[in-house]
Design a binder for this molecule. Structure first.
Ligand SMILES: [Zn+2]
Length: 401
């Protein structure tokens, strides 16, 4: 498995030249490939084109970076051939590129004295970027719509094989509607607060409905229409960024807390097959209709699950998905199913616990095949959102947590 660190680079002459060089090479590859198909009826192999074009016309790129451009073309060709099996509208890669992403393989990547040095071949000026992290195995720089974005890929150490699950701690993680995530590691329960996230999402829904109402009153394509649209998109993009920021910071915090507690296995309650009551979460009437609304809520869950998964795996923990049906209603002490009322989980057998922690306790119990919980459990610890927390996505000058 891999994980990716992203960094915004702005714009520079050097980047423009390199990206332009990659664009020229990509277009040349594309044109030659289709010309041979047209004239000779032959589908060339990547190796042939790499031999034809060992570099871009101005020889600006590292030889391996040039190969990567050719390989990228063949990668999109391959993905089109896969897609067209199911999608009759799939289009082959035909468009020439003025600019194209620049890629560096491990042979051209070095970290020296706090600087990432990306070689462009002997005798040519390398690309140098301030760097406080490890050496990546792959780097690509691409245009993100406003500026250049660097993506550094790292290989992740594989988790220990199955069967050793009793070694190290096990934590159950319940992704919830009220809280972003609740984790239980056998002794402690942690709640990653989701209040701010919910309020942002509610605002997002509200904004969407206001926007569609405003747009409905304008003539399509008119100056005012376009103005409302542009301003709405800007506001929605900002909200999206904020939501992603909260998700990242809260999941990083939760995962590093569990890691510090010696957790080796993270059991996430799988909600993919479970219907979510969407309107209750959003708080507003739906802009999209019920079905789409549901999808959106599941998307945030899915995103949280994805973030927790890769962040845990990055630290060498194993992640297991487990069916979470009834896990939040079942009493951990007597296995009776209770309809939750109010903030606490109360059971006839006398068991009492914070309602949102019960799911995580049960997920862990089921995974380990444990019997009933006995005794009094420690009350949950809340992990509040800290806007200034650092995580790998937080920006250019911050080391990863
Ligand atoms: Zn009970």
């Amino acid at each position: 498995m891999y994980f990716v660190r992203k960094l915004k680079l702005g714009v520079s002459d050097q980047l423009q030249l390199l990206s332009r060089a990659a664009g020229k090479l990509y277009s040349k590859t594309l044109v030659s490939f289709w010309r041979v198909v047209r004239k000779k009826g032959l589908w060339l192999k990547p190796a042939t084109l790499m031999r034809w074009f060992p570099n871009d016309p101005e020889n600006r790129l590292h030889a391996h970076s040039a190969d990567a451009v050719v390989q990228s073309f063949f990668a999109s060709l391959k993905s089109w051939r896969e897609r067209r099996k199911t999608d009759p509208n799939a289009r082959p890669p035909r468009r020439r590129r003025y600019y194209y992403k620049i890629q560096w393989k491990s042979s051209a990547i070095k970290v020296v004295d706090g600087k990432l040095r990306l070689s462009n071949g002997r005798g040519k000026e390398p690309l140098v970027i301030p760097w406080v992290w490890d050496t990546p195995v792959w780097v690509e720089i691409d245009w993100d719509g406003k500026q250049y974005e660097l993506r550094a890929c790292y290989k992740i150490v594989d988790a220990p094989p199955k069967g050793e699950k009793e070694e190290g701690g096990v934590a159950g993680v319940d992704l919830g509607e009220v809280h972003l995530a609740v984790a239980h590691d056998g002794e402690q329960t942690y709640i990653a607060n989701g209040r701010l996230l919910r309020s942002k999402r509610r605002y997002q829904n509200k904004l969407k409905s206001t926007l569609s109402r405003l747009l409905a009153r304008k003539r399509r394509g008119s100056r005012r229409y376009r103005r409302v649209l542009a301003s709405g998109r800007k506001q929605l993009a900002r909200l999206n960024d904020q939501i992603r920021d909260i998700l990242h910071k809260q999941t990083t915090r939760l995962v590093s807390t569990l890691y510090a507690r010696g957790v080796q296995t993270v059991v996430i309650g799988d909600i993919r097959n479970i219907r979510v009551s969407a309107t209750r979460v959003s708080g507003t009437e739906s802009f999209y209709g019920k079905k789409a609304n549901q999808k959106i809520h599941q998307m945030v869950h899915g995103q949280a699950r994805h973030y927790i998964t890769y962040k845990a795996e990055r630290l060498g923990m194993r992640v297991v998905l487990q069916d979470k049906r009834y896990s939040s209603q079942t009493c951990p002490a007597c296995n009776k199913r209770n309809k939750p009322k109010g903030r606490g989980h109360r059971c006839g057998c006398g068991f009492r616990f914070h309602r949102d922690g019960v799911g995580a306790v049960n997920l862990r119990r089921t995974y380990l095949g444990l019997g009933p919980v006995v005794g009094v459990m420690a009350s949950p610890i809340g992990l509040r959102f800290q806007p200034h927390a650092l995580c790998s996505s937080a920006g250019r000058s911050h080391p990863a947590v």
